[in-house]
Design a protein around this ligand. Structure first.
Ligand SMILES: [Zn+2]
Length: 398
């Protein structure tokens, strides 16, 4: 029960709870004022104080303590002894708090409160005290010399977005959730990182958002920007599909979606025939499709030089295109050229961050939504904290 260093006087089992009367074995205490060790007991506080300590077969275990008062032999000050693992005035021991956070980590406030016999508001207060708006990055990244960030956004409520920052290499970890998706907030977050952390950021993986690229460049001039490969391909598919819809409207001919969007090597025979027909009769859509397949080759290339040759040809071809949307795509690819090719150096994506978003969605569903942004951010950070942090290093949480 985590009472190895205590003397247990008496244990009382009741039907719904267990009560342990205990105290510290040593007849000495350190003066909080001058630090002198003293053995002079002045008196005992009159009442036993009850502290929630742990659970045993779902029954709460209460620790009853009756602190002694000592008189310092140096400065004569009278002080009350402190117990290990109990903050002064707290109604729960640190062990109980870690266990409560552990319950809250996996479930909703309501469920964790029910299971532990506390109230949701107690858990909210505990969460606020123990989990900050962001985790201690220096501590989380203590053992890595260099790392890569991934930045992406997710929905807090409807179209109200929040920004997720994770480490994706060499280890994967959620680092922060920014309370909104304004560029200023992101830039401030990156600028305010401790110098020791900023210096170690080698690359940052983001979606094809120019505003983000500028913000990251300004805040972290030394970091390489990597375009998320999934997003580049997703963006390509979206553009191909738009071109398909425009062509349909102009020509009045129905064009199938899948022959264009599926990877060319995965097409069925029938789809391959449909694609061949599109190539023959709808040159513009075929051109979009060609760019998309070339981009896939950029990622399949065996090295950066090979990828650069493919990408440069695509950029060159699209520049002389007659279609305005295709030219615009080419310009986007030109602006993101370095970031797209950087994939071959760093081999990172926003895949882990997407996984974090999936888990966040699940937690939102079991919690029936969050009305308060600050609680939301803390609750989500808690969900991704390693269990060891909760039990062995409560100081890391603040
Ligand atoms: Zn003293």
């Amino acid at each position: 029960m985590g009472l190895q260093s205590w003397i247990v006087y008496r244990t009382v089992h009741q039907s719904d709870s267990i009560h342990v009367y205990a105290g510290r074995p040593r007849k000495e205490a350190r003066c909080p004022d001058c630090g002198q060790l003293t053995r002079c007991v002045y008196d005992r506080t009159r009442e036993w104080k009850r502290k929630l300590h742990t659970w045993c077969n779902e029954k709460p275990v209460y620790l009853w303590v009756r602190p002694r008062r000592f008189q310092c032999s140096a400065c004569r000050k009278v002080f009350t002894e402190r117990f290990p693992g109990i903050r002064p005035w707290a109604r729960r021991t640190e062990r109980a708090e870690a266990l409560l956070l552990q319950r809250l980590k996996a479930g909703s406030f309501r469920r964790a409160a029910q299971e532990s016999g506390t109230s949701a508001s107690t858990l909210r207060r505990l969460l606020f005290r123990c989990v900050g708006q962001q985790i201690n990055l220096e501590e989380a990244l203590r053992d890595v010399d260099a790392f890569v960030l991934s930045i992406d956004e997710h929905s807090y409520r409807g179209r109200d977005m929040m920004v997720t920052v994770t480490c994706v290499w060499p280890k994967r970890r959620l680092l922060a959730i920014l309370p909104d998706d304004r560029m200023k907030t992101l830039e401030r977050f990156l600028r305010q990182l401790p110098d020791t952390v900023r210096r170690r950021i080698r690359a940052v993986c983001i979606d094809l958002k120019d505003a983000w690229r500028h913000a990251v460049k300004r805040a972290l001039p030394g970091a390489v920007i990597v375009a998320d490969p999934f997003h580049v391909i997703q963006d390509a598919n979206r553009r191909v599909d738009e071109a398909r819809l425009v062509e349909q409207q102009v020509t009045g001919v129905r064009l199938r979606r899948w022959p264009l969007l599926k990877n060319e090597d995965d097409l069925t025979e029938r789809q391959a025939a449909q694609l061949a027909a599109i190539r023959k009769h709808h040159k513009n859509v075929a051109h979009f499709h060609w760019v998309k397949e070339q981009l896939r080759d950029v990622y399949r290339a065996s090295n950066r030089d090979e990828a650069a040759a493919i990408l440069d040809r695509v950029i060159f071809e699209t520049q002389s295109a007659s279609d305005a949307a295709l030219m615009q795509w080419g310009r986007t690819l030109r602006r993101w050229r370095e970031a797209i090719l950087a994939y071959h150096t760093w081999r990172v994506s926003n895949g882990y961050t997407e996984g974090v978003h999936t888990k966040i969605k699940l937690l939102k569903r079991i919690s029936y939504g969050f009305r308060n942004r600050e609680i939301y951010v803390r609750k989500m950070l808690l969900a991704f904290m390693p269990l060891a942090w909760l039990t062995s290093h409560p100081q890391l949480l603040t």
